[in-house]
Design a binder for this molecule. Structure first.
Ligand code: 6PG
Length: 306
C-alpha cells in the first residue's frame, strides 16, 4: 500500500487540490478501461470538493463514462435532506453530464434494511461482475470517534466477511444506515480520505497509527491491498508537530488529459506531502525520528458529529 498525506491550509484549498487528483484518476481509469467507478462519501467535508468538481471539471472530466456509487447512506425517505445522495446530486451530479443510468444510489427506507443491503450488493455485482469489487476511487470521511462511511467503532460491519454491503445501526442521527465494508474499501485502486477541522485531530492521529485496532477506529482498517491511499487534510485537522503545511501553495493546474496511468501522483507544490513511513514522527521541517509517541488505544466520546 502506498499512502500519501497532503496537508493544505484550508478546506477550500484541500478541495481544489483533491478535485484535480480526482479528475486525473477518473480520466486515467476511463482511458485504461473505458469506464470509471467512483464511490462517494457523505457528511459535510466533501461538499466543497463536489462543488469544485462541478464548477471546474464539468468539461475536463469524462463524466459520460463515470459510474457513481456511495460508500454509505442513511436509511431515510428518498429526497430527505439527510441523504448522502441528495447532497451529492445538489453539489455535483446535477451539474455534470453523468448519465442518470450510471448513478447508483442506495435504497431509501422503503424496503427492509437487510433487503436494501442485498439490493445494493446486487447493483454492485452487476457492475463488477463475479470478481472483487475494485472501485477506481473511493472517497471517505472521518468521524471524530474514528468511524468512516457508516462503520463505527465496534460495528457489526467489522465482522462481515461474505457480504459487501451491511445494514447497520449507528450511534448517530439517523441511526439506520447502509455501509460498504472496510474490505470493499481496501480493494479499491485509490482511496481518498478527506479530513477537516480541529475536532478531527485526535481521530486522524489514531487512524494514521499503524498500531491502531480498527475495532476502536474503523478508519484505520482501510488498507488498500494493491491500491493507493491519499489523506487530504486541512491545517486545522493536522497536528502541528506531525504535519505542517508549507507556505508554498501555488496551485499547479495541469491539464487533465487522462493519459497518466500512474494513479495519484502527488501534485507539487501543494503543501506537505509525506510518504508513508515519514508520517508518524515528522517534525516541523519534515524530518523524521524514531522517538516514541503516546499510544492512543481508543478515542474519546463523540461530540455529536457523524
Ligand atoms: C456519513 C458519512 C460519514 C462522514 C463522516 C465525516 O454518511 O455521515 O459518510 O462517514 O464521512 O461522518 O463527516 P463530516 O465530513 O461531516 O465531518
Amino acid at each position: 500500500m502506498t499512502r500519501d498525506i497532503h496537508v493544505l491550509p484550508t478546506l477550500e484549498q484541500l478541495s481544489v487540490h483533491a478535485a484535480e487528483a480526482v479528475a486525473r484518476i477518473i480520466n486515467s481509469a476511463v482511458t485504461a478501461q473505458g469506464r470509471c467507478s467512483l464511490a462517494l462519501a457523505g457528511g459535510q467535508t466533501p461538499r466543497d470538493l463536489y462543488r469544485v468538481l462541478a464548477e471546474n471539471y464539468r468539461d475536463a472530466v469524462r463524466w459520460p463514462q463515470v459510474h457513481v456509487f456511495w460508500g454509505d447512506e442513511r436509511l431515510v425517505p428518498a429526497g430527505d435532506a439527510r441523504r448522502n445522495d441528495r447532497m451529492a446530486r445538489e453539489m455535483l451530479l446535477r451539474h455534470v453530464p453523468c448519465p442518470e443510468s450510471q448513478i447508483h444510489p442506495m435504497a431509501s427506507n422503503a424496503m427492509s434494511d437487510d433487503l436494501a443491503a442485498r439490493d445494493y450488493e446486487d447493483t454492485m455485482r452487476r457492475y463488477f461482475g463475479s470478481g472483487r469489487p475494485r472501485f477506481d476511487l473511493v472517497l471517505l470521511g472521518l468521524g471524530v470517534e474514528g468511524h468512516t462511511a457508516s462503520v463505527f467503532p465496534n460495528s457489526s460491519a467489522l465482522d462481515e466477511r461474505e457480504h459487501w454491503v451491511c445494514a447497520v445501526t449507528v450511534p448517530a442521527d439517523p441511526p439506520a444506515r447502509l455501509t460498504l465494508t472496510l474490505q470493499v474499501f481496501s480493494q479499491a485502486a485509490n482511496v481518498f480520505f478527506l479530513v477537516s477541522g480541529a475536532e478531527k485531530r485526535r481521530a486522524l492521529r489514531t487512524a494514521l497509527d499503524d498500531g491502531t485496532n480498527p475495532r476502536a477506529c474503523p478508519a484505520a482498517g482501510v488498507k488498500p491491498i494493491d491500491g493507493r491511499m491519499a489523506w487530504w487534510v486541512d491545517a486545522d485537522a493536522a497536528e502541528d508537530h506531525i504535519m505542517k503545511h508549507t507556505d508554498d501553495n501555488d496551485i499547479h493546474k495541469g491539464a487533465v488529459e487522462g493519459t497518466d496511468r500512474d494513479p495519484v501522483v502527488p501534485i507539487n507544490p501543494i503543501g506537505a506531502v509525506f510518504e508513508d513511513s515519514e508520517v508518524a514522527n515528522a517534525d516541523e521541517q519534515g524530518h523524521t525520528s524514531d522517538a516514541p509517541r503516546d499510544e492512543v488505544e481508543t478515542l474519546g466520546e463523540r461530540n455529536g458529529r457523524s
